[in-house]
Design a protein. Structure first.
Length: 868
RNA sequence: GGGCGCUUAGCUCAGUUGGUUAGAGCAAUUGCCUUACAAGCAAUAGGUCGAGGGUUCGAGUCCCCCAGCGCCCA
């Protein structure tokens, strides 16, 4: 245990500086937060800690939400639970790739060969260097390790009671093993499948993305009214914002209710410039009020096109490459592009080949204009277009083979799980439900990126060297983790890679959420030396931000449902955002991001935790230095009050306060303890409901009153300077009560202010306060002993009120608090008067009262000062 | 367009199931070197609870409607 010296000692002057480094080191050495996996399941409280994105910059929001969770962890630990409290680092995926690209000035080119012994110090940073996939990945690993250290330093300084012997990263070996295992299991169960189909595609990131990564943005566009032609040359006008997709046209749709077009349904029109015949269909999604009411269907301009293409069984005419440029060549004389004038079509297309969609759009508009196919002038419009949340160009729809996790068929089950999950605050459940109800596609988990966990699959290669995607080679779970680009499937030799009748690797990596959704399992696997799923799963708590309910929370619920038909945890604690001091959202571009380390240095970790604790679950909170200042003051106050209590009680040996136990307690001491008991019970109830703010409020409120009133009232008695004959009994009662109440208050503050409470605890107690029991009502009952005495009821409150009256009188007379009260008149009914008698002595001392007159009548306190 | 949340003192926020005179911290003001604490303490002032309507003996709290702000989803 931490402290060996058993003498009670406290400093001359209370100092809150430097507690963080002192205690975080001692806690680590004494393994205070080490998880004991041998505990039975009921005694384990397990937390699915959010792994922070290490490539992101540290900001005050990290302090905020992680403190909320830590308060809960410390509370549960003091209640006797063994806390499974791991720490992960999210270093997986695109954010890391981007950071590495920018940090080192490199880019990944998978066609390059691996350079052994390559080091980041070889990089000058002057020009962008192309690296092989493997070299690039090594740089990612190098940088994330640096980044992780920065986070760990902050967490330790903040006093998170994480068990640092249980850590993981989301690209590490354990994460690989778990992600790939659950992938393989999903494939075998048929819950994960691959499909070649239209997919939303970011042309800059060159990857498919999922529904959760989508963002709708309103952008400027142009409507062009284009003439298509019937066989006889009559035009049919169609408005489109994407004329460059005219060569990709596969049909025309009108609304079935649209009277204007009833006569043309089933007829054929020819596309302008390219002269490809297109049939007119009806479909309810064709909006009669949009443009002319007739719409062209191309493969693919957007997701509506995909719907039309599917439901009307139209042909596929892909013209957009994955890099966002139009394909090099189209043969307009072939079956798929049966132009009635192939030569002309060919000529027009040459002007478009290999251009970006944006360039091609301008060219097509010009061509349409020149050839008289444009009706009227193009119209500027604002319309909603889908973007990748991290992307800058609108998404394209390209056809590609991707792996999917089934979600749509599980919607109802997932909604039911949502009802079982305790959302804190409960209003957050709606966000989950809205998301689940709005799902319209299965979850695409393959990403065409480099830094990530490989999809653990190969494919057979056919006789002509073609990849047989419908014949995936899925490894056995025991072979995992693998990298299919390096490892060889069972039954093959490496020489057969990419050869006819051989095999080829799936080049893709998994969506980061496909890994992050498994954090409960990764965390438990990281502590496999101590614990397993049987005792740690389902977990108790998932703390997380409100912004990732549709991703992290949802996907985690999904994976747990697919694999175990259960929730991954019982409770989820949702934190709000931290806003800048002006209540604006913090963002790098605004330059208003508040970084935590300088604040910790300025106010102390306890102070930042205090501010954090005043942010209720789910409530956005401003970074408010005045609140941090208040937290610092509280820490100092705790130190000073403790110093006083220890000074006055003359306790000699640590942990020896029972030796001071008097035969009985003075009424006001009892009454204060009863009030403390009520406070603690309410604070406990609040903690059990995860209302840590309410809990702190109750404890803090009691504590300030305790300092201002109780300590002042019993001060003289505790010093033993009372000249009454009951002196000894009175001072014993005060000292014992002070010590016991201090112990309780310190423990109640411990989850919120772990540093100052531990520091103070070490002055007079053995062991860490963070392994001491959370105070309970029955503990106070024991201190009280016989509680039958009724005289004490209300005496603490009455004494505080009278003392306050005396202070008010002195303050309004602008005199020192030492000024004597010439006469205090207390008028009340008999029962209140008898309560007053029990506090008379303490009030006289605390208020410096010369004479007290008690009268029977209506309640009245009158203070007459001695202003001579 | 749909949903959720917010609007209370100069600022940041509490306000339980409707119930005395709406609370706290910070800031402000006036004082106090008081042997735990001047990095402190005491006291004072400050609010027609976003607007309007309704239910009720009684509304910051419940209902309706409107406005502004924030977030989520289309």
């Amino acid at each position: 245990m931490i402290v060996v010296d058993s003498k009670v000692s406290y400093p001359e002057k209370v100092n809150v500086e430097g507690l963080e480094s002192k205690w975080s080191r001692l806690w680590e050495e004494a393994k205070i937060y080490r998880f004991d996996g041998s505990a039975p399941k009921q005694r384990i409280y397990s937390i699915d800690t959010p792994p922070p994105t290490v490539s992101g910059s540290l900001h005050i929001g990290h302090v905020f939400s992680y403190t909320h969770c830590d308060i809960v962890a410390r509370y549960k630990r003091m209640q006797g639970f063994e806390i499974f409290y791991p720490m992960g680092f999210d270093d997986n995926g695109v954010p890391t790739e981007r950071r590495v690209q920018n940090y080192y000035g490199v880019r990944c080119d998978p066609t390059l060969p691996y350079v052994p012994n390559f080091s980041s110090s070889d990089l000058t940073g002057k020009e962008v260097v192309a690296l092989s996939r493997q070299n690039f990945i090594e740089l990612c690993n190098e940088l994330t390790q640096k980044d992780e250290q920065v986070f760990e330093d902050l967490w330790r300084k903040l006093g998170l009671s994480v068990d640092w012997s249980i850590t993981y990263t989301t690209v590490g070996q354990t994460a690989r093993l778990i992600s790939q295992s659950y992938f393989v299991r999903g494939v075998l169960k048929g819950e994960i499948y691959s499909l070649d189909s239209p997919t939303l595609w970011d042309v800059d990131f060159q990857t498919a993305i999922s529904q959760a990564e989508l963002e709708d943005r309103e952008v400027e566009g142009t409507y062009n009214r284009v003439r298509f032609y019937f066989e006889d040359g009559t035009p049919l006008e169609i408005e489109t914002s994407r004329p460059e997709l005219i060569p990709a046209c596969v049909g025309v749709v009108v609304n079935p209710e649209d009277e204007r077009y009833k006569g043309i349904v089933g007829k054929v029109v020819y596309s302008p410039l390219f002269e490809v015949p297109l049939t007119v269909f009806t479909h309810p999604l064709a909006d009669p009020n949009k443009g002319t009411g007739a719409a062209m269907v191309s493969t693919f301009g957007d997701l509506t096109d995909v719907t039309w293409w599917r439901e009307l069984s139209l042909p596929l005419r892909n013209i957009v490459n994955r890099d966002g440029r139009l394909v090099k060549e189209i043969r307009f004389d072939e079956e798929n592009w049966p132009s009635r004038d192939p030569a002309t079509a060919q000529g027009f297309y040459e002007a478009l080949a290999l251009r970006t969609t944006k360039q091609a759009r301008e060219t097509v508009v010009q061509l349409l204009k020149d050839n008289g196919h444009l009706s009227g002038d193009p119209k500027k419009i604002r319309h909603v277009v889908k973007f990748y949340e991290k992307g800058e160009r609108p998404l394209e729809v390209v056809t590609s083979r991707q792996w999917y996790v089934k979600t749509l068929v599980h919607k109802d089950d997932l909604l039911r799980r949502g009802l079982e999950l305790n959302f804190i605050p409960s209003s957050m459940r709606v966000r989950y439900e809205n998301w689940v109800r709005g799902l319209n596609a299965d979850w695409n988990i393959s990403r065409q990126r480099y830094f990530g966990i490989p999809i653990p699959t190969w494919y057979e290669v056919g006789a002509d060297g073609e990849v047989l995607y419908d014949r995936p080679i899925v490894p056995k779970e025991t072979q995992l983790p693998i990298d299919p680009q390096v490892d060889t499937p069972e039954g093959y030799t490496e020489s057969q890679r990419n050869q006819p009748f051989g095999f080829t690797a799936d080049p893709d990596v998994m969506d980061t959420w496909a890994t992050s959704s498994l954090t409960p399992f990764i965390a438990i696997a990281s502590a496999s030396d101590r614990v397993d799923l049987d005792r740690c799963f389902p977990m108790d708590l998932r703390p997380q931000g409100q912004d990732i309910i549709r991703t992290w929370l949802f996907y985690s619920v999904l994976r747990s449902e697919l694999e175990y038909k259960t929730l991954p945890w019982e409770n989820t604690l949702i934190s709000g955002f931290v806003l800048d001091p002006d209540r604006k959202k913090m963002s790098k571009s605004k330059g208003n991001v508040v970084t935590p380390m300088p604040l910790i240095e300025k106010f102390g970790a306890d102070a930042l935790r205090y501010w954090s604790a005043y942010g209720r679950p789910g409530v956005d909170t401003a970074a408010d230095e005045s609140q941090m200042k208040a937290g610092r003051r509280l820490a100092i106050k705790i130190g000073n009050a403790s110093k006083f209590v220890l000074a006055v009680t003359s306790l000699q040996k640590k942990g020896d306060e029972e030796a001071l136990r008097p035969r009985s307690l003075i009424p006001i001491d009892k009454d204060m303890l009863l009030a403390l008991k009520e406070c603690i019970e309410q604070a406990t109830d609040a903690m059990d409901a995860y209302e840590y703010t309410r809990s702190l409020e109750l404890i803090e409120d009691f504590f300030w009153g305790y300092c201002d009133n109780y300590i002042e009232l019993v001060k003289v008695r505790a010093y033993g300077e009372d000249d009454a004959q009951k002196s000894r009994e009175g001072s014993l009662s005060a000292r014992y009560t002070l010590l016991k109440s201090l112990s309780i208050l310190l423990r109640a503050f411990a989850p919120f202010q772990p540093y100052i409470t531990e520091e103070v605890w070490s002055w007079w107690q053995h062991g860490s306060i963070h392994r001491a029991p959370w105070p309970l009502g029955k503990e106070i009952d024991f201190i009280l002993g016989d509680t039958s005495q009724t005289k004490s009821k209300g005496s603490y409150e009455l004494a505080s009120t009278v003392l306050s009256e005396i202070r008010k009188a002195k303050s309004s007379a602008k005199v020192s608090m030492k000024t004597a009260v010439k006469e205090l008149i207390f008028e009340a009914d008999d029962s209140l008067a008898s309560v007053f008698e029990t506090i008379r002595g303490d009030v006289i001392h605390a208020g410096v009262v010369k004479e007290v007159k008690t009268l029977t009548g209506d309640y009245r306190v009158q203070v007459e000062l001695d202003l001579a």
